[in-house]
Write a new protein. Structure first.
Length: 276
């Protein structure tokens, strides 16, 4: 393990934003106990120059910066872009403080990386390769993603599949809206939200964000009530009155009404009832 100046470490785009509350907790821990686990970095060539990029440990790095540290312990690894992303994902998946939303995001990202690294895994692979010389790699390629992720994280295959399904049905802007509500802490509520159409998801989150509801079901009820209480235009009122009047008229008056419009009235039309 070596040390590097914080100013020399480049932080690439992360899968989840750093949370200020967690930075505060880590900063207090660093003061009392020091850094028990170094951050993970790699050397990357960008153009003609090389730079040190963060692989895992964004919150630890931010906490150290908050405390004014000049240097931080690092573990330098050799890793491709995909391998670096996988290290970041797996380290986060093993952390207990990860909420259901972020866990689902990391699991989805792990699925994407897994399928890019092992294309055969996307379609089930060639099971006949399991007894060849490259047994370990072939086995990994033939595992379904959920099985591989379950063995790595300790989560059940079913919970992994549900998490990935949730993210597949939430648009990026919806995910950002979820972060502003308490729904990110509830897998059950996230699943309920994901079952709705995108427009409904945004409307539901708007109601929850303004504090008038805490659950998806509550927001749906409030939106339904608001819709039923929406103002009706004068033209709509007149149309509804016309429908109601038609139903109250007898055949003679209906024939007279249609005659005023220059229309001929058949028995089917004269006997028709309309929904008002």
């Amino acid at each position: 393990m070596s040390h590097l100046p914080l100013k020399d470490i480049v932080v690439p785009e992360r899968l989840r934003p750093v949370h200020q509350d967690w930075i505060e907790v880590l900063a207090s821990s660093l003061v009392e106990l020091g850094l028990k686990e170094p951050i993970v970095v790699r050397e990357v060539k960008r153009g003609r120059s090389k730079q040190i990029e963060l692989v895992a440990g964004a919150h630890r790095l931010a906490a150290a910066a908050k405390l004014g540290w000049d240097e931080i312990p690092v573990s330098l690894v050799e890793a491709s872009d995909l391998q670096a992303r996988l290290i970041e994902i797996d380290e986060n998946l093993m952390r207990r403080e990860l909420n259901p939303l972020d866990r689902a995001i990391f699991l989805t990202a792990r699925k994407e990386v897994h399928e890019e690294m092992y294309p055969d895994a996307k379609h089930g692979g060639d099971h006949g390769n399991q007894h060849t010389g490259g047994r370990q790699v072939a086995n990994l390629a033939t595992w379904r993603f959920s099985k591989a992720a379950a063995e790595k994280t300790g989560l059940s295959e079913r919970s992994i599949q549900r998490a990935v399904s949730i993210i597949s049905r939430l648009a990026p802007d919806v995910i950002e809206l979820v972060r502003e509500t308490g729904l990110s802490e509830s897998g059950k509520e996230l699943e309920a939200l994901a079952k709705k159409e995108p427009a409904a998801q945004r409307a539901i989150l708007g109601v929850i964000a303004d504090g008038t509801a805490q659950k998806v079901s509550q927001a749906e009820v409030l939106l339904s009530m608001k819709s039923s209480m929406a103002p009706v235009s004068e033209e709509e009122k007149a149309f509804r009155t016309l429908l109601a009047s038609w139903n109250r008229l007898g055949r003679k008056r209906r024939r007279q009404f249609l005659g005023e419009l220059g229309l001929e009235a058949s028995d089917v039309v004269l006997d028709a009832k309309v929904k008002d």
